[in-house]
Ligand binder design. Sequence first.
Ligand SMILES: Nc1ncnc2c1ncn2[C@@H]1O[C@H](COP(=O)(O)OP(=O)(O)OP(=O)(O)O)[C@@H](O)[C@H]1O
Ligand SMILES: [Mg+2]
Length: 357
Amino acid sequence: MTPQAPGRHYLDVWGVAKSFRGTRVMSGMNFRMDRGELVSLLGPSGCGKTTLLRIIAGLMEADEGDVVLGGRNITRLPAHRRNISVVFQNYALFPHLSVAENVAFGLRARGTAKAACAQPVEEALSLVRMDAFAGRPVSALSGGQQQRVAVARALVVQPDLLLLDEPFSALDRKLRETMQVELKALLRDRGITAIFVTHDQEEAMGVSDRIAVMNAGKIEQFADPSTLYARPATPFVMDFVGLSTRLSGRVVQDDGARSIVETGCGLLTAPGGFAPGTPVQIGVRPELISPGEGENTISARLRDVMVLGAKTVLHGEAAGSDRVMCELPGIRGGMTRGDELRLGWSVADTLIHEAAA
Ligand SMILES: Nc1ncnc2c1ncn2[C@@H]1O[C@H](COP(=O)(O)OP(=O)(O)OP(=O)(O)O)[C@@H](O)[C@H]1O
Ligand SMILES: [Mg+2]
């Protein structure tokens, strides 16, 4: 199969399928991105993120499909001839080599003379602010420092594409956040095209231009972070990217523009387009619900009040709901477990999806 529009996208993964011992883990996978984009693959464990990355890198062969990079079909090219760098989750540094030797490794493997490595290695290390550590053995570095060396090693060969497979998963939260900001700035400044694998939705939202949300070997939605959050295309995406209040119901009336949905909490109005009788799931993001009456209003019993400092999160329960959540800015007092609350929100902020059968 050939790509429909060759050369239009910088990376074009087309019709990829993969089975392991007769079990299909991926089929009909299409994935495209532009030059200079930073795209995240986001999805639960086992959904195929690493598999897709390995197929793009040439570390694994697809059963079907093509990989086109910069207008060139690289499907049959072995990994070492693709000029794609990969940063693995465990960094895969060589513990017996120094920082500089680790970074030089890719250049040396491509036949660069030792003397010619010094300058690019120094540049790559200074990019990740590790130049002062060049002579150290990597075994004498912290996790965050090793992570930077792994990034320097990936960048020194000036890859056409950089693939990062959960590069920050071993780091503590603070360091992760620092590395996210640094990596994003570095890739932007250098105009590097990169794919970043994570199962952490906040990390994906924070670093990416666009996010491909994967589930069971398929991309459920591929969009920029705000679209994913505000307009999740499927119930899976709604649940995987952010939390929300969820109510099940059934459409009783629909004029195309608006749906009237019968739920355990009474009738609610949502954006329309559903046949009457359709079982649906209603969702509302927690910061879009507030105490008081709205275009939609439900009664909920307060189960917990979590004062988190910058925000206060109310957890409640209501008839027909899986979850009721309301997030208020700042520290809010005066509410206790067991209180009956009226919670309201607008029709425009109401998410509605056909319920999975
Ligand atoms: N070499 C292999 N042999 C057999 N099955 C495999 C192999 N590699 C991956 N799989 C299976 O393929 C599916 C996708 O695996 P993959 O490693 O791509 O998931 P992932 O999204 O990267 O998950 P994680 O977040 O846990 O890293 C899983 O069901 C996994 O068990
Ligand atoms: Mg993986």
